[in-house]
Design a protein around this ligand. Structure first.
Ligand SMILES: NC(=O)c1ccc[n+]([C@@H]2O[C@H](COP(=O)([O-])OP(=O)(O)OC[C@H]3O[C@@H](n4cnc5c(N)ncnc54)[C@H](O)[C@@H]3O)[C@@H](O)[C@H]2O)c1
Length: 355
């Protein structure tokens, strides 16, 4: 089945989606971007039509589904409009910039028979897929502690643009990249409801001395920077799992010193996972003696593989009319944790998570 896609937003991530859509047999029919020149360059690169308005794109009969790749504050209204026009939706992370907005998206989905999938692409990285299988098979038993880390050296996206402006983004590195880790940990460990969170946010690097170094999106000199560029947080779940998060857009650590990774500790064993890597490290005990094993994973390009996996899952969900595992509830539960961490930072104490 060829999924005929309308692309909403023709920026950086839209190009990554375009490649994966082509590889999975889908077709981008048309693009709408609020900035006409962005739509033009995207359309030229991809070979699709341009629509001059969101309404125009959503009214097309030859569009089955949309990929929403616009700034975070536009996620919820765009997703709701798309669903109400009968389109299936692949919505980039984060689901929205507030829990209320997540609920509005869920209500729109529930009033329709449309598919809503969230762009939690790390789930489909080959290492994550292998880790999920091993964990589900009981390789490390019941998991009580996870440490999840994502530390860039100079990785503030579009400093001064929408990414670093709280009213548009909803926050900084936590809502931008921390959400991937929170989702992945919940996906891998199925820890039940998140109950309490504490967190501390800092803005250490986003000032005038920040030197742009080939990051995702170029800086906007003189723009707004009113979000965190690093967070440390702890989240407790109903299963007893404790998650320690360490996330930063910018540090003094050279790239690659600490991989984008998750260390999971269970009662039968432990596992270390580099999301973009090609192996998993497992440790356990044999009659009390410590053992270790490296599990090799077949990876060509983990980033590309992950987006291909995401689009395969989306096409399958549309085909079978089954809401995907990375659906609206997953997006909402991540947002609840994000909001609790921000609230804890403001109040300087641990807070209960409202679900
Ligand atoms: N899954 C991932 O790993 C990943 C990576 C990067 C970005 N993202 C997410 O993708 C989204 C887009 O990020 P990006 O890096 O491509 O940003 P970007 O700034 O490069 O692109 C966003 C585009 O949306 C356009 N736009 C703004 N408002 C619009 C509207 N209302 N309707 C249509 N177009 C509009 C802008 O003109 C721009 O071209 C964000 O939500 C971001 O969090 C996800």
């Amino acid at each position: 089945m060829t999924v005929r896609i309308g692309m909403i937003g023709g920026g950086m991530i839209a190009r990554v989606h375009a490649k994966a859509i082509a590889e999975t047999g889908g077709r981008i029919v048309a693009v709408f971007d609020a900035v006409q020149t962005k739509a033009q360059s995207f359309a030229e690169e991809v070979g699709c039509e341009i629509e001059g308005s969101l309404e125009g794109l959503l009214r097309r009969d030859d569009v089955d589904a949309v990929v929403i790749a616009v700034p975070n504050d536009e996620h919820a209204p765009t997703a709701i409009a798309s669903i109400e026009h009968g389109k299936h939706v692949l919505l980039e992370k984060p689901m929205a910039t507030s829990l209320d907005a997540c609920d509005a998206v869920l209500a729109a989905r529930d009033n329709s028979d449309r598919i809503l999938q969230l762009g939690f692409v790390c789930r489909y990285a080959p290492a994550s897929v292998a880790a999920r299988r091993l964990i589900a098979d009981g390789a490390i038993g019941s998991i009580h502690h996870v440490r999840a880390t994502l530390l860039r050296q100079r990785g503030i996206p579009g400093l001064g643009g929408w990414f670093t402006q709280k009213t548009r983004s909803g926050g900084g590195c936590l809502i931008d990249i921390g959400v991937h880790l929170i989702d992945l940990v919940q996906f891998l460990t199925e820890p039940g409801r998140a109950k309490r969170a504490s967190g501390h946010c800092s803005s250490l690097f986003g000032g005038d001395s920040y030197v742009y170094d080939d990051m995702w999106s170029e800086p906007h000199p003189g723009g707004v920077f009113d979000v965190e560029d690093s967070i440390r947080a702890t989240v407790h779940f109903a299963s007893g799992l404790r998650l320690d998060l360490d996330v930063a857009w910018a540090t003094h650590l050279p790239e690659g010193v600490v991989s984008d990774g998750i260390v999971l500790q269970g009662d039968l064993g432990a596992m270390s996972l580099d999301i973009w890597g090609d192996e998993l490290l497992l440790g356990w005990a044999e009659e009390g003696r410590p053992e270790r094993r490296v599990e090799s994973i077949d990876v060509s390009d983990a980033w590309d593989d992950a987006f291909v996996g995401e689009h395969r899952a989306f096409a399958e969900a549309i085909d079978t009319r089954q809401q995907p595992v990375a659906g609206g509830e997953a997006g909402r539960s991540v947002q609840a944790i994000v909001e609790a961490i921000y609230e804890s930072d403001r109040r300087k104490k641990e807070v209960a998570i409202v679900n």
